[in-house]
Ligand binder design. Structure first.
Ligand code: ADP
Ligand code: MG
Length: 275
């Protein structure tokens, strides 16, 4: 796990991409369907960036995250992480799902320490890493609670804390707030920005919520319907923390929505059905 990129880089000098998607294609053939989920997909992500991806459901967004995570392999093209081909899953690239996958027989702390324990971390090092993650997601008070005692937002926080304990270089977030009520989502959006600023982790965040994408992202990539490619890239050059209701956020969101709507009818109100 070499980490050659200095933390403070002169702003003018663009570093090497941490992730490079080069002409990627992924096709699924089953008895009943032949689906090309992704085709000729290319883009780069730079260290420390917060990149949001929006696109119609069924457009290959989850497929893309699986490829980056190393849970699946492309049929064509290459997924390069720090210049090397992604061949398997790694703690450097952790996926955060819409539905938190927590172990119901473990409490919050035990869930959060799970990945580190697997790697043989124990004692004070383990305790400190878990304390830090719980603090980052504001879950310290609930460390002894079990899954069934947690609200949706708290479960999502626990999942995020578990991902953060292994200090991944990249978080891959697949519509993580889509199942939450609006207030909880607002709070978690703010907390995620804060957490990103504190950790410097590169984030790729998939959402069908256009305003969420503009609120969070340094850049918003708009994907086409399947086979998914990047059809537009919108740079969000607005100061942080951003406000969901501000004119600049609303205006940019309208631009992103206009790009999306050149495809089949799909909007943030009805686009939640992705698998
Ligand atoms: P999104 O996340 O953008 O909603 P997905 O990446 O989940 O889209 O899916 C893209 C397309 O690929 C869909 O048509 C889906 O049915 C298909 N697909 C995804 N995974 C598989 C799989 N393992 N086997 C067969 N088809 C799949
Ligand atoms: Mg999906």
């Amino acid at each position: 796990m070499t980490h050659s990129t200095p933390t403070f880089q002169p702003v003018l000098e663009r570093p090497e991409p941490i992730l490079s998607i080069q002409g990627v294609a992924r096709r699924f053939v089953t008895n009943r369907h032949d689906t090309t989920a992704l085709s000729s997909l290319s883009f780069d992500v730079y260290p420390g960036e917060f990149v949001c991806i929006v696109g119609p459901s069924g457009g290959g967004k989850s497929t893309l995250l699986n490829l980056i995570a190393g849970l699946d392999a492309p049929d064509d093209g290459a997924v390069l992480f720090e210049g090397a081909r992604v061949r398997r899953a790694s703690q450097e690239r952790i996926v955060v799902f819409q539905e938190p996958a927590l172990f119901p027989w473990l409490n919050v702390r035990q869930n959060v320490e799970f990945g580190l324990k697997l790697r043989g971390v124990k004692g004070p090092a383990l305790r400190e890493a878990v304390d830090r993650s719980l603090e980052l997601v504001h879950l310290t008070r609930f460390e002894h609670a079990y899954t069934h005692e947690l609200s949706g937002g708290m479960k999502q926080r626990a999942q995020l804390a578990r991902a953060l304990t292994v200090q991944p270089q990249m978080l891959l977030m697949d519509e993580p707030f889509a199942a939450l009520d609006a207030q909880t989502r607002d709070v978690l959006q703010l907390e995620l920005q804060d957490l990103w600023a504190k950790t410097g982790t590169t984030i790729i965040f998939v959402t069908h919520n256009v305003r969420e994408a503009v609120l969070l992202g340094d850049r918003v990539l708009v994907m086409t319907p399947a086979p998914g490619r990047i059809k537009a890239e919108i740079t969000v050059d607005l100061p942080r923390p951003r406000n969901l209701e501000s004119h600049s956020v609303v205006d940019l969101a309208a631009r992103v929505r206009a790009e999306l709507q050149h495809g089949p009818a799909e909007s943030e109100e009805n686009g939640g059905a992705s698998a």
